[in-house]
Ligand binder design. Sequence first.
Ligand code: ZN
Length: 175
Amino acid sequence: MTAIYEIAQLGADILRQIAEPITDVHSPETRDMIIALQTTLATSQGVGLAAPQIGLSKRLIIVASRPTTRYPDAPLMEPTVMINPSYEILSGEQEKDWEGCLSIPSIRALVPRYLRILIRYTNQHGGPVESEQEGFIARIFQHEIDHLDGKVYLDRVVDTRDIVAESEYFKRLRD
Ligand code: ZN
């Protein structure tokens, strides 16, 4: 199964549902979901993707920070599959920075996120992982977890003037 999935767009019910935990990491269904998510992300300009975005209401995300045309300043990391992810806040400090979402095209907004978090997840081999993250990767992680809880980043925007068209965002980047 190497199908590229269509990405659910804002307004789709699946983006507002609470995703179910994955109970069997080694099942063929889980394997297939991981491949579907990896394949779909690889063909997009995204730096992360959550299973609900491809129509699967399961607690599975990929975080794949890399510089792209959408995020030219993103740090480079191996695309990482995270099953049943969660996080703990290490510092109450939040910072606003730009986010976008493949499910909400053509829009960018300033979103407050925790700067330092402790993330926990099961990797695709079934092993537990715990690591401290900060900055942009911590931001992607919080964004993707929101997708598992039926939230999108626009729900976190504190001032509607922090929402801009993507074309304006790219103009600001050039300045
Ligand atoms: Zn998103």
